[in-house]
Design a binder for this molecule. Structure first.
Ligand code: WT7
Length: 645
């Protein structure tokens, strides 16, 4: 490995930033050496508590017990809204930029507070109580943020489902956490096209008898199916609701939200986050990683349906009293300059996006970027997948004019907040490296047998100690939580990622080491796609693997075995692609389908994915040991018919 290029922190950046290298090191050391007092101080500094906690932490990873600030009482919406009213009530909490460039609006903290209280009162009127689960299936409109905060105001647990998910995926999620209320909108609008959200809800609810209320925001005015006893228009209900609503006093360990994410096996997991630790660490990472200075405009391009949207569009920014831009559209509509047009329009200072978006825009050349000044930009962030150095350099040079610091932030739905990232004024950058751990995070690399690896090396990435925003369990399935994260290497959290640590202690995430794919920064389980494929009555068996894709990072490669008598055809391929779209959503759309009369299996019937991955990536010279295969000849047949040469 040749030495990576280094971008040292310029002196003027270190001076301006909240933290310089020395401060980072001092705080980092303290966070590990005196965690109790460190976290207690942070919790005092970042959050407003109704009652102080009895105990800072009470963790035992080997038992899957994670508790922070037990006995402490607080309310998330109070921390994100009420406490900013006195000093900054008229400051913009949200800037909404619509799909069309002529649509935008600004919502002050005072306005957002009133709207959240109204929505909370509507939920209460419909019988929602502390601990009840509420599903939020929304486009990127301010009401999505309102809905989330309204839940937190009354102690309801939100489960946001990405608006790109299909009715079946929505149904599964509603059922799994027994949501009895759904908040949605008539339609979503993205890239000039509409998404039939309310109709999707209608389809999902055919199998969700417990849902008694659907609250629908009018976005486009489209006619939608209506069930009087169940359906409520948001704009009507809000109008008559009071703009005052006492915040529920929640325990730090009360559930805050459930967010479904894909694993290597089975159905998506309902990752459960709780109140105090989550809010603390999202607030703190937001401030330090993005070096947020009071009054700055911040824009994260994620969707609230993903954890990035939860932590870094809603909770982290609002807990800090920041202005958070909510964008309804896509990077390339009406044209490839949209991001930079929005940056200039709203004078965005901090911009956070995904490598896949950067690569897609890179493909359109520099012209659309250079049309705009981007002078307001100071910090550029990336998240979701490893960023290749070419894309990093382009982001730095073309978008940032070599003036902006880049923060490559590694974290997961499960971690709740950023775990490994540069800090703008403290850490020298190397393109492609997430750099160094955040406070309280102790990464460790281990081999497959669990031996701890020291120094510069490759390994499986673990985190050795619990952190405040760590997930607490998988909703309804603590055993799965243990088995997925905590039993691989007893006493440690296993991330599912591989990483390299270089001689400077920098981390380079190399990607998933399990059967989870990363498609345009979105997580997808191979098992989910396989389950969708085998629903087709002509499919006997399917095996799905990832392969490198220029823009998406990874593409979806499906090996499909047909039932006896079924004939492969282009038409059948199309049917299968449509089936996966219908079952999961467009993000799971297969890129390649290869007919496979046989799959490589061991004598005990286990599919050898290693071989399938190699064939899909066209790495045929090192297939590895194939002697344990029940029928080694299937491999030749797969190679012969590979779709990727
Ligand atoms: C997986 C988590 C939490 C952010 C959105 C994705 C990959 C995430 C990076 C990064 C390399 C990254 C990992 C991780 N990932 N950020 N900066 N560099 N890889 O959340 O859907 O829970 O996916 O995304 O593989 O395990 P997620």
């Amino acid at each position: 490995m040749s030495e990576a290029k280094l971008y040292p922190v310029p002196a003027e950046v270190a001076d301006y930033a909240l933290l310089n290298r020395e401060q980072y090191e001092r705080m980092y050391r303290r966070s590990l050496e005196e965690p109790e007092s460190f976290w207690a101080e942070q919790a005092e500094e970042f959050l407003t508590w109704f009652r102080k906690w009895d105990r800072v932490s009470n963790n035992d990873l080997s038992k899957g017990q994670i508790r922070w600030f037990e006995g402490g009482k607080l309310n998330v919406s109070y921390n994100c809204l009420d406490r900013h009213l006195e000093q900054n009530g008229e400051r913009a909490a949200l800037i909404w930029e619509g799909d069309e460039p002529d649509q935008s609006k600004t919502i002050s903290y005072r306005e957002l507070h009133a709207e959240v209280c109204r929505c909370a009162n509507v939920l209460k009127e419909r019988g929602v109580r502390k601990g009840d689960r509420v599903c939020v299936y929304m486009p990127m409109i301010p009401e999505a943020v309102v809905a989330m905060l309204a839940c937190t105001r009354i102690g309801a647990v939100h489960s946001v489902v990405f608006g790109g998910f299909s009715p079946s995926a929505l149904r599964d999620r509603i059922q799994d956490s027994d949501c009895q209320v759904v908040i949605t909108s008539d339609e979503g609008v993205r890239g000039g096209r509409t998404v039939p959200l309310k109709e999707n809800v209608e389809k999902a609810l055919a199998e969700c008898p417990n849902v008694h209320t659907v609250l629908t925001v009018r976005r486009t005015g489209k006619d939608v199916t209506w069930v009087d006893s169940r359906d409520v228009w948001y704009h009507e209900a809000i109008q008559s609701a009071s703009a005052e609503c006492e915040p529920e006093q929640m325990d730090a360990e009360d559930p805050l939200f459930i967010l479904y994410t894909s694993g290597s096996t089975g159905k998506p997991k309902g990752v459960l986050h709780t109140t105090g630790g989550y809010l603390l660490q999202t607030a703190m990472t937001f401030k330090y990683v993005f070096d947020y200075h009071d009054g700055e405009i911040y824009w994260c391009t994620a969707d609230v349906g993903w954890v990035t949207g939860h932590s870094y569009i809603v909770y982290g920014p609002l807990a800090n009293g920041a202005t958070s831009l909510v964008f309804e559209g896509v990077p390339t509509y009406p044209d490839a300059g949209r991001f930079w047009q929005v940056v200039d329009k709203h004078k965005v200072n901090i911009f956070y996006t995904a490598p896949t978006a950067i690569r897609a825009l890179m493909g359109q050349g520099e012209e659309p970027v250079k049309q705009y000044s981007r002078q307001s930009l100071r910090i550029l962030g990336t998240v979701g997948e490893p960023i290749n150095p070419e894309a990093w350099e382009w982001y730095y040079r073309v978008v940032g004019d070599e003036r902006c610091r880049i923060v490559d932030t590694w974290w997961q739905t499960e971690t709740g907040a950023i775990m490994i990232s540069a800090l703008p004024g403290a850490i020298d950058l190397k393109p492609g490296s997430a750099t160094l751990p955040f406070f309280g995070v102790e990464p460790q690399l281990v081999d497959n047998d669990g031996n701890v690896l020291e120094g510069a090396t490759d390994g499986n990435l673990c985190l050795t100690r619990a952190w405040p925003s760590m997930m607490r369990t998988i909703y309804g399935d603590h055993e799965r939580f243990m088995n997925t994260y905590l039993t691989h290497y007893t006493g440690k959290y296993f991330t599912g990622d591989g990483a390299r640590r270089d001689a400077d202690g920098y981390y380079w995430i190399t990607g998933r080491v399990d059967d989870v794919l990363n498609i345009s920064g979105h997580r997808m389980g191979t098992a989910e796609v396989e389950s969708a494929l085998v629903l087709h009555d002509k499919v006997a068996e399917a095996a799905v693997v990832g392969f490198p894709h220029d823009v998406k990072g990874q593409g979806i490669y499906c090996y499909v075995t047909l039932v006896k008598g079924a004939e492969p055809s282009e038409e059948l391929k199309k049917e299968l692609v449509d089936l996966v779209r219908k079952e999961i959503g467009a993000i799971a759309k297969p890129d390649v389908i290869q007919w496979a009369p046989g799959l490589p299996k061991t004598r005990s019937g286990k599919i050898m994915r290693r071989i399938l991955r190699k064939v899909a990536t066209n790495e045929l010279d090192n297939l590895g040991d194939t002697s344990t295969l029940a029928d080694p000849s299937v491999v030749d047949e797969l190679i012969e018919n590979r779709a990727n040469r």
